[in-house]
Ligand binder design. Structure first.
Ligand code: AMP
Length: 418
């Protein structure tokens, strides 16, 4: 398989799908440039090896062309980080895009305008009236499929090779993330972001060093079921924290007061417990919790046993004694995966558990444990706390990472490997 490292880019134009879907404030300033920084090593490598770049991405969820979601807002940030002037094609399908890409010289960079200004990128018909019949929907979908083929073919015509470095959209079979790959049967490869994500997650899923511990937190059991079950195949221990723990406790007859609970998931919670036992996975979740008399940073707090929470009180964070027990498990592990905060970390009063986990993970990483942090809120937590560089890998893939962990073959990965 080709890789950026072994491919000869001399004189070649590489079309690179990056994830430049960065948050912008009202003055169109970037408030978090992590995704741009992440793509720079891939872009630099192509230029260093004598190639030129056609960079493409989506930004936001536009329904059509709009200044608000124009990628022109991020040109200065790319120029600054890449150290190269960036040309801009204000319509990714326009005459200018074709001309600029055809005349691109080694070392030059062209950025295409937001791909999602065209419905063809995602391949979903837009603007259908709500009352259209199923037949009409079918016709519109078929027409869109044809338009998407043309769109994809045109994007492919700009370049000599294709690099996918947008892990965040790898779970979508869009024109630029998957379909375009077939136009480059011998000239397609992953960028460093994609490669890094795949290697890191495979290190947990496919060849982990045991003991393996997963820390699963967050709000809802229902959104984590498939991951929990998949992780039972590789885990020796699983720590369950956050709001979802209370569904497990109530399902076993515990008193959880007003804590978060998904009553319709209790049976499933019991079946998860049974599966863990059958697979020999040791679960850690019982213990003391920090409770509050309101869902507020100003609430009164007290420590309660998690199955004896009084009415009117809710479990908001892991208590120090519970964290101590978890610390022992984590320190005895060789591989740790963390997804989801173990408390309502957005409120300072209930952030201690999540902070402690982040600190512990940084600490055990320095002793040689492989630590992977993934999933929106836990990534935000380690980043806020300044630990992003102190764990082995922080996955920014969000939904893509979760699907990969569930064992789903992502279209963006499959298209390159095909
Ligand atoms: P998720 O997106 O499922 O990972 O959930 C993240 C959310 O879970 C965060 O907004 C946390 O505030 C929330 N959370 C964590 N622990 C609790 C808890 N004990 N009660 C309610 N929400 C919680």
């Amino acid at each position: 398989m080709q890789s950026i490292d072994n491919y000869n880019f001399t004189g070649k134009r590489a079309i690179v799908r990056v994830d430049f879907n960065v948050p912008l404030n009202e003055s169109f300033q970037i408030t978090d440039d992590t995704r741009i920084r992440a793509a720079i090593p891939t872009l630099k490598k192509v230029l260093e090896k004598g190639g030129s770049l056609i960079v493409m991405s989506h930004l936001g969820r536009p329904k059509g062309p709009t200044g608000k979601y124009s990628l022109k807002h991020i040109i200065p940030a790319i120029e600054e980080k890449l150290g190269v002037k960036v040309k801009f094609a204000p319509d990714c399908m326009g005459e200018e895009a074709a001309q600029l890409s055809a005349t691109l010289k080694p070392g030059e960079v062209l950025l295409l305008e937001n791909l999602r200004f065209y419905a063809e990128e995602e391949g979903k018909p837009r603007g259908l009236a709500e009352d259209v019949s199923d037949e009409e929907k079918k016709v519109a979908k078929a027409a869109m499929k044809e338009l998407q083929k043309e769109f994809t073919k045109k994007l492919a015509s700009y370049a000599d090779c294709y690099i996918n470095d947008a892990f965040g959209t790898a779970h979508r079979a869009h024109a630029s993330t998957a379909l375009i790959a077939k136009y480059f049967p011998n000239d397609k490869m992953f960028g460093y972001v994609m490669e890094g994500e795949i290697v890191a997650i495979d290190k947990v899923l496919k060849s982990p060093v045991h003991p393996v511990t997963a820390i699963i937190g967050g709000a809802k059991v229902s959104s984590k079921i498939s991951i929990i079950e998949k992780l039972f195949d590789v885990c020796d221990n699983m720590i369950i924290g956050g709001g979802m723990v209370f569904t497990f406790i109530k399902a076993q007859g515990g008193k959880i007061g007003n804590s978060l609970c998904e009553d319709d998931q209790m049976e499933l919670a019991l079946s998860i417990l049974a599966k863990a036992a059958a697979k020999g996975v040791k679960l850690y979740y019982s213990g003391e919790v920090v409770c509050a008399d309101a869902f507020s940073n100003d609430a009164n707090t007290k420590i309660c046993q998690d199955n004896a929470i009084p009415d009117g009180w809710l479990g908001m964070d892991a208590a120090p004694s519970t964290l101590k027990e978890w610390e022992g498990v984590l320190r005895a592990s060789k591989t740790v995966l963390w997804n989801g905060p173990v408390g309502v970390f957005e409120m300072e009063k209930f952030a201690n558990g999540t902070k402690t986990i982040a600190t512990l993970l940084a600490d055990i990483t320095s002793t040689g444990v492989f630590t992977l942090v993934g999933g929106g809120d836990s990534v935000a937590a380690v980043t806020q706390m300044g630990f992003a560089n102190k764990v082995s890998y922080v996955s920014t893939g969000g939904g893509a990472m979760l699907e990969y962990l569930e064992g789903i073959e992502l279209p963006g990965i499959a298209a390159i490997r095909a």
